[in-house]
Design a binder for this molecule. Sequence first.
Ligand SMILES: *[C@@H]1O[C@H](CO)[C@@H](O)[C@H](O)[C@H]1NC(C)=O
Ligand SMILES: *[C@@H]1O[C@H](CO)[C@@H](O)[C@H](O)[C@H]1NC(C)=O
Ligand SMILES: *[C@@H]1O[C@H](CO)[C@@H](O)[C@H](O)[C@H]1NC(C)=O
Ligand SMILES: *[C@@H]1O[C@H](CO)[C@@H](O)[C@H](O)[C@H]1NC(C)=O
Ligand SMILES: *[C@@H]1O[C@H](CO)[C@@H](O)[C@H](O)[C@H]1NC(C)=O
Ligand SMILES: *[C@@H]1O[C@H](CO)[C@@H](O)[C@H](O)[C@H]1NC(C)=O
Length: 484
Amino acid sequence: MSSATPLPQKFRYISLGSSCMSVVISAIFFLLLTLLYTQNCTQSFGLFNPIELKWSTSPDNNSTSPINFPTDISHIKFILVSSKKTWKSRKPYIEAWWRSNQTRGNIFFDSPPAKDLLPWPLSLPPFRVNEDVKKLSVHRKLVVPEAARIFRSVLETFRLGDNEKVRWYVMGDDDTLFLVHNLVEVLGKYDHTQYYYIGMTSEAIKSNFDFSFNMAYGGGGYALSYSLVEALAPTIDECIERYPHLRVSDQLLSSCLADLGVDLTIEKGFHQIDLHGDISGLLSSHTQSPLVSLHHLDGIDPLFPSKNRSESINHLMEAASFDQSRLLQQTICYHRPTNWTFSVSWGYSVLTYENIIPRSVLRNPLETFAPFKKSVRPPLYMFDTRLPSNDPCQTPRLFFLESVKNTERNQVLTTYSRTSEHNLPPCLSSGNHSADPITKIHVVLQATRRKQAAKVECCDVKYVGGANVAGIKLRPCMSGEVIA
Ligand SMILES: *[C@@H]1O[C@H](CO)[C@@H](O)[C@H](O)[C@H]1NC(C)=O
Ligand SMILES: *[C@@H]1O[C@H](CO)[C@@H](O)[C@H](O)[C@H]1NC(C)=O
Ligand SMILES: *[C@@H]1O[C@H](CO)[C@@H](O)[C@H](O)[C@H]1NC(C)=O
Ligand SMILES: *[C@@H]1O[C@H](CO)[C@@H](O)[C@H](O)[C@H]1NC(C)=O
Ligand SMILES: *[C@@H]1O[C@H](CO)[C@@H](O)[C@H](O)[C@H]1NC(C)=O
Ligand SMILES: *[C@@H]1O[C@H](CO)[C@@H](O)[C@H](O)[C@H]1NC(C)=O
């Protein structure tokens, strides 16, 4: 998509100047909602939008008031960007996390959806068609008009006017999977009345080198505080005039914010996934922060070895529905009688080693994945990795999530089953204890509270010699407990 399609009149927002009297609701039969906004009224009308009723009963009706009420999902407005070309294959990723009665926001397109996509389902984010960037005087100088089109979704969202109680605008692509509860928790740490630009750089050194080390990657998603967007919105078009040569909307945003005096705040749970192939190594050693997003799901192998892409996402989201706070959080424990190590990535995988390996090593992902760009030379990644080897003392056996359920004792039981044979002899230096009999691992956790972000948990292993099931129980670490 190198140029935007002219916008039919019926898709334009109706701008009514400043008089309250002139509010007109234009009901267009196949649009889900038409929002009208006038500066004096500061009021929005959402037609057919059931979530709005729910929010109007909340006591915190002032989007710029200090944090008297904890941030919840109703305070977040998503700005999702798609295109005619990508939508059909990306729709399942949006469906996996969007909850139309809870999540607010819109999905922006370069041209109106084809007739076969209408009527637009209520289960999806309401669509908008971006304004035509050809109307900008700088248009002819734009090297990639698509970048300006996507960037202006921030301005167009703000102008829609349904900003009541919004604390955060969160940008994402049509192939971004959001873990919404974790997103709420992460943003809840920050004061939305201050200027905040929160996100994460790319995993790939090359991407950051090519674009910027100071930029949040929009595919991984990023958040802008309400007051920041309020300040940014009026400056967007003049800022695009300063940077017509920038090729990516994320570069435009980070440059415009830099000029407003705002730099990126890093949150490690946003994942651009500028990687290819099998990312199980990364997901099995996730950093200790809540998983907020995953991106580029088309460009990597299915997350689970025996499932296709959409089945894999749904499988992961099923675990998420039990406990998002622990999803992909790594917990390491040892079975001393056999010198075995178990590394749990909750809701996803367990890796077993026939050797005692300290956390300082296991927190580094196994480099199962390939670089985003084939031609690049090391160093490739922004984090430490471990190279896969054939050493029986260093090579794990892999178990992936099979099922998740509640037990009678108010515990969550996840079961992981072995997916591949491990044709290596036992590790001799740790005592020649083969872990080969184990084909399933049960992990139980007390379903009482969310995991505290950044606080590592510990576990204990229960194993009776020769059995094919090993049990693991998660628990808080004891004070001073050494994981090694
Ligand atoms: C919300 O708005 C109502 C009337 O518009 C006002 O009485 C109330 O104090 C407001 N609450 C907050 C928390 O701002
Ligand atoms: C909303 O917040 C602004 C800025 O803090 C304040 O000036 C205004 O009085 C508040 N309005 C209400 C209704 O609380
Ligand atoms: C949203 O909630 C309303 C009323 O509770 C319900 O009728 C509607 O089916 C819900 N929509 C979706 C997509 O779940
Ligand atoms: C994935 O597998 C499911 C169930 O077997 C199937 O319905 C779906 O069409 C598959 N999706 C793709 C993209 O192959
Ligand atoms: C565990 O490994 C150490 C060497 O790393 C060895 O000295 C010890 O005997 C082993 N323990 C068992 C129970 O095999
Ligand atoms: C390791 O254990 C296996 C099975 O118990 C045994 O056959 C083998 O001789 C052992 N190897 C060594 C070097 O002790």
